[in-house]
Write a protein that binds this ligand. Structure first.
Ligand code: F0G
Length: 482
């Protein structure tokens, strides 16, 4: 239950935890910030964290661990095979998902590699609500393809649909019939949906998807990396979930999906990854790949201390006071910005606040990379590191033409249990300043463009010295402030 404040005007999301370890942050002067972003090829992935005040690049592997997670790391059983630590991970998975068959992998994309190796061959199609970069790269690497069946509201930046990550069920049925079930590698539900603004999927939709899959004889897979946030939205937005026990929701999903996998860098406040299923036949199919790519079946490339932290973190993923913190901060930030007229994805989703960069710089064409430009501008404006989630994050088509992103987003991730509300208010303030000065933001052009996952390593430069003008305006407006 949210804590109600005596004076309504004072109402803010209230953390149900306290900070017991801190990390010093630095905010460089704007003249240094412009140098650093240019040295980083205008790619926020290439910034050094020491030069960043608020690291909102991702919620992956940067969530704060609890005291109990740290304590758990001390009981780690360091053995190559049969470690007691793995038994504790299995016990936690059993508690949370109710499943017995557990394969450890070093992170989420490692699970995707193994799923793709097992189920994707040349010409097969993976149907899903929306792709994630690493998921798609593994499927296409093996000659498969991805088709997205997101409901129409999913791609509308502002809508009042509470579950914009839902799959269009009619299209799902139709595509399985058209392709024939034999050609479908699997149906994958990503909950919540990363690249369209952390938008959740309803329990009703997920269960309906699995019903269709069972009826048609197609494998159903749940990417549960962002399920913690998704469960918060089910509890707060879906009537049937309001009084359901959180554990019952996880169990219901595990009973319906053939396979569940997740990145424990998100779900479980730790690192590592897991593939689990109710039916051992799936884990038997995949298990030979674990020693080949990851490590022995009882550690899968994860350090045992991390596995202990994951096990404890999984228990914490049942606790609404922990689940609610990041989504409530994100909602606060989105509302602050929206009320000022800044275009953000609505309703607020999980993972982070997503600025609609396309609407920030509406005249900028996709091939000047509007979301990348706004990302560079926000680092100059406030030392804040977001992540481009637009055309830069797409892969070029096989013929070399650009694939323009459906949405040009700048994601400001809110790692779980990490930031304070004053830091979130600072972000809102700097974004509002940037919005008021958006006419100064110009485009970017390539200096070095890698052919695969170019957003990780690519380098770009500003077109026409707009960054210097933006920094000058900052100095003028903020005086000698950092
Ligand atoms: N699935 C989803 C929905 C994800 O968001 C991610 C990672 C993965 C799979 C891959 O997991 O990183 O452990 O290999 N998302 C991160 C992000 C990278 O920043 O959004 P991983």
């Amino acid at each position: 239950m949210p804590v109600k404040f005596y004076q309504e005007a004072n109402q803010v999301p209230l953390e149900m935890h306290k900070v017991r370890m801190v990390q010093k942050l630095a905010l460089l002067p704007v003249e240094e910030r412009i140098k650093r972003i240019q040295e980083a090829g205008n790619n926020t992935f290439l910034l050094q964290n020491k030069d960043v005040y608020l690291d909102m690049l991702t919620d992956s592997g940067v969530n704060a661990m609890s005291d109990l997670q740290f304590a758990a790391t001390f009981q780690a059983d360091d053995s190559y095979a049969g470690s007691a630590t793995f038994l504790r991970v299995k016990q936690a998975i059993k508690e949370v998902f109710g499943t017995e068959n557990v394969l450890p992998v070093h992170q989420g994309r490692a699970a995707e590699n193994i799923l793709a190796e097992t189920f994707v061959t040349e010409g097969k199609v993976a149907l899903m609500n929306f792709h994630f970069t690493t998921t798609k790269a593994h499927i296409t690497r093996l000659g498969g393809s991805v088709e997205e069946l997101i409901c129409p509201e999913g791609l509308i930046p502002q809508s009042d649909n509470p579950f914009k990550g839902n799959i269009d069920l009619q299209r799902l049925r139709a595509r399985i019939d058209e392709l024939t079930p034999e050609k479908v590698a699997f149906v994958r539900v990503e909950s919540g949906t990363n690249l369209i603004g952390g938008q959740p999927v309803s329990l009703e939709n997920m269960l309906a998807v699995t019903d269709v899959c069972h009826e048609k004889g197609v494998i159903s897979i749940l990417d549960a990396s962002l399920l913690q946030d998704n469960i918060y939205f089910m509890k707060t937005r879906e009537a049937r979930c309001k009084y359901m026990d959180i554990r019952d929701i996880y169990h219901l999903l595990a009973d319906h999906f053939d396979i569940i996998y997740f990145s424990a860098r998100k779900l479980g406040f730790a690192k590592g990854g897991i593939i689990t299923s109710q039916d051992p036949k799936y884990t038997r199919q995949m298990m030979t790949f674990i020693p080949l790519y990851e490590g022995f079946l009882t550690y899968g490339g994860i350090d045992v201390r991390t596995m202990e932290a994951m096990a404890q973190g999984l228990y914490e993923s049942l606790d609404m006071e922990y689940l609610s913190q990041a989504p409530e901060f994100i909602d606060y930030l989105c509302k602050e910005l929206d009320s000022y007229g800044v275009p953000v994805i609505l309703p607020a989703g999980g993972l982070g606040c997503h600025l609609n960069a396309g609407a920030f710089v509406p005249d900028m064409p996709h091939d000047k990379y509007p979301a990348g430009a706004v990302a560079a501008a926000l680092y100059i404006a406030g030392g804040i590191r977001g992540m481009e989630r637009g055309t830069l994050s797409e892969q070029r088509e096989p013929d070399g033409t650009e694939r323009f992103a459906e949405l040009e987003l700048l994601r400001l991730a809110v790692p779980r249990r990490v930031f304070t509300l004053s830091q979130i208010k600072y972000v809102a303030d700097r974004v509002k300043w940037l919005w008021d000065n958006r006419k100064l933001i110009g485009g970017l052009q390539w200096v070095e463009e890698p052919s695969v996952l170019r957003f990780f390593f690519g380098r770009l430069k500003e077109i026409n010295f707009w960054q210097e003008r933006l920094a000058e305006k900052f100095r003028k407006d903020f005086g000698d402030s950092l």
